[in-house]
Structure formats: structure tokens, C-alpha cells
Design a protein around this ligand. Structure first.
Ligand code: SF4
Length: 344
């Protein structure tokens, strides 16, 4: 039986038409589920009884089950969801003054093996289905009915562009006006820069590129993918983008103590991004027992930041949220490594 949350509206309409019914029924069902939060066909009272029974026989409304819910001192909430095959997916809800951002995972583990990232240490377990991606949003929405999720970022476990088709489908479902109706401006996809699939993203989501170093030598050390798509190719792609002015690419730069946090590094970054309309997010590295890197001193972060501002870049120091619950950037998936150490 198929999971309802894997379906786009177009697919549901096709199913409904195959049953000999009018396609508007599909729109009614989408509204019940995504707008009213009703996850039982029986409760969809404006549908004919027979259709409700048919839907129950065709689809399961299967959302990931909460296995863990931890609240950070700063209000960030990390959720561990159990999948149908007993794997854990992690998502992080980050409440801010004007918005509530949900960080979702696109894979369990990851193949990219970025040296600073806990998820990368797990290796690859499996891709998530569209329904498991959308399911993270729906599960949090239903659990926290008083919190409106305003933004979604694909920055949890996994490289979204390494799971392209399910991620594109999830974007379509999340943006459907009959459903959750997220604008593509409020969804950000963070990537190490897999160039071919990346070309499909403009217009579907905002792009954030995990850069972290301005030279090939340093970036290849941190991120093996840089040997395939070196810095100049990545920047060349961004330079050629014809984005509307308000949709600037974001570069994420994780500052690591004595590795990429010097003024020389800032200068190299400024040179690389010269004349590119972009945003730079500076993130202090979150230490982890599973990696060898250290957090930078605040004074060096401020100096790096000031250097970029002086050169008229839009650069923001992003406070890493939820570190105390291992919900910070690059920290997801530690449970898998702990279990492995324990021989589980
Ligand atoms: S930083 Fe992203 S792409 Fe790199 S290993 Fe971690 S999850 Fe994968």
C-alpha cells in the first residue's frame, strides 16, 4: 500500500480520475491532510463514504513516529523520528523572533564524507522517500499546532542533491497551493555543490552552498567532493545564475579554529566572491567527540566578519542553535555513532 505523503497532487488527481471520479476530490483530500491536519480518511466528511473506504484501501497515511524530542536551552527542538524500517531521522525546529525554521533531513547518513560533519562519519545508510521528507514537516506541524513553520531548510542529515528525484518531489508537495503552500523563497536547499543536479534548483528553492574554504587545497581537505567539483567550477556556476535580485545564493562558511579563520582566509574568500551578489553565513564550528576540529575564538570570528563587512559583503554570523542537544550544524546523527560504539 502506497504512502499518501509520497504523492504529488497531480498523482493523486490521476488516481482519483482512474477511479472514475472528478479531480476536485483530490484537491479536497490534499486540503484535509495538509491544511486541516486530518490524517484519517474516515474524518474527511465531505467525501462520499465509498471514496473514503477506497482511499483507506489504497493509501496509508504514514508519518514518521517521534522517538525522541529534546529541547535546547535556546528553545531549539530536536526530533528523532522512527521510520517504518526502524531507522532514525533527525529534524530540528529553530524558533526565531520572526520565523520558525524547520531543518529537515534528506538521507540517513551521507556519502559526502565531509571531514567536519558527524553525519558524514556514519557513511550512507539510505535515501529518504518524498513522503519521509514531507512527513518530517507534517509530523512537526501536527505536534506543534501553535507554531507556524515559516521556513524549511534542507540542512539536516544527507546531501539533498544526492537524492534528487525524491527531493524534487518533496519540494513540489511542500509548495502545492492546495497543501502546505510554501513559497520557494521560504525553502532553502543546502548543498556541497553537486553541479549537475544543482542546475535544476533555481526557481524551486533557494540555494545555499556549503563552501567552508576559499582554496581548493583547504576545501578538498574538508570536503572530498571538491576534488570532483573544484571551487572555480562552483563559483563559475553561481556567477552564471540569472537569479532575480532578491534570490541571492547563500554561501555557508563554517569557521574552524586555526584552519580557515584567519584574515588571510577572509581575504581569499573575499577575492573568490568578488562581484557576486550573495549572502555569507559564518557559522562557528560545533565541536564533537567524533571530529578533530575546534571552535574558533569569538574574537577571530568577529575579525573575519568585520573584514567581509568592510569589503561590502552581506555577511552574517549565524549563531549555531541547539548545540547542547546535538542539534547544531554538522552534529546530527551522533546517535548512530554512539550505537555503533556500543556494539549495537
Ligand atoms: S556536511 Fe552535509 S554533505 Fe557533508 S557529510 Fe555532512 S550531511 Fe553530508
Amino acid at each position: 500500500m502506497n504512502n499518501f505523503f509520497d504523492l504529488t497532487l497531480r498523482e493523486l488527481e490521476a488516481t482519483i480520475e482512474n477511479l472514475g471520479l472528478k479531480p476536485y476530490r483530490a484537491r479536497q483530500i490534499f486540503k484535509w491532510v495538509y491544511q486541516q491536519g486530518v490524517v484519517d480518511f474516515e474524518e474527511m466528511t465531505n467525501l462520499p463514504k465509498g471514496l473514503r473506504i477506497t482511499l483507506r484501501n489504497l493509501f496509508r497515511l504514514s508519518l514518521p513516529v517521534v522517538a525522541e524530542k529534546v529541547r535546547s536551552e535556546d528553545g531549539t527542538m530536536k526530533f528523532g523520528f522512527m521510520t517504518e524500517d526502524d531507522k532514525i531521522i533527525e529534524s530540528v525546529l529553530i524558533p526565531e523572533q520572526n520565523r520558525n525554521t524547520l531543518c529537515v533531513s534528506s538521507q540517513i547518513g551521507c556519502k559526502m564524507a565531509c571531514r567536519f560533519c558527524v553525519t558524514g562519519k556514519i557513511g550512507f545508510v539510505r535515501n529518504l522517500s518524498p513522503g519521509e521528507i514531507v512527513g518530517q514537516v507534517m509530523a512537526v506541524k501536527l505536534m506543534r499546532r501553535d507554531t507556524r513553520i515559516s521556513n524549511i531548510v534542507f540542512m539536516g542529515m544527507g546531501e539533498p542533491l544526492d537524492n534528487l528525484d525524491p527531493v524534487l518531489k518533496a519540494l513540489e508537495i511542500l509548495q502545492d497551493q492546495m497543501g502546505l503552500d510554501f513559497s520557494h523563497r521560504h525553502i532553502t536547499l543546502s548543498t556541497v555543490g553537486l553541479l549537475d543536479p544543482l542546475k535544476l534548483i533555481p526557481g524551486r528553492a533557494q540555494i545555499a552552498i556549503s563552501l567552508n574554504a576559499a582554496t581548493n587545497e583547504k576545501r578538498s581537505f574538508l570536503m572530498p567532493i571538491n576534488r570532483i567539483f573544484p571551487v572555480e567550477q562552483l563559483i563559475g556556476f553561481v556567477r552564471e545564475l540569472k537569479e532575480p535580485r532578491r534570490e541571492r545564493v547563500t554561501f555557508e562558511y563554517i569557521l574552524i579554529k586555526d584552519f580557515n579563520d584567519s584574515l588571510e582566509d577572509a581575504e581569499a574568500l573575499a577575492g573568490l566572491l568578488k562581484n557576486i551578489r550573495c549572502k555569507i553565513n559564518l557559522i562557528s564550528y560545533n565541536e564533537s567527540p567524533y571530529t578533530e576540529f575546534l571552535s574558533p575564538d569569538r574574537e577571530r570570528v568577529d575579525r573575519f566578519h568585520a573584514f567581509l563587512l568592510d569589503r561590502h559583503f552581506t555577511a552574517i554570523i549565524r549563531d549555531s542553535r541547539g548545540q547542547d542537544v546535538l542539534g547544531g550544524c554538522g552534529q546530527l546523527g551522533a546517535g548512530y555513532l554512539k550505537a555503533r560504539e556500543g556494539g549495537a
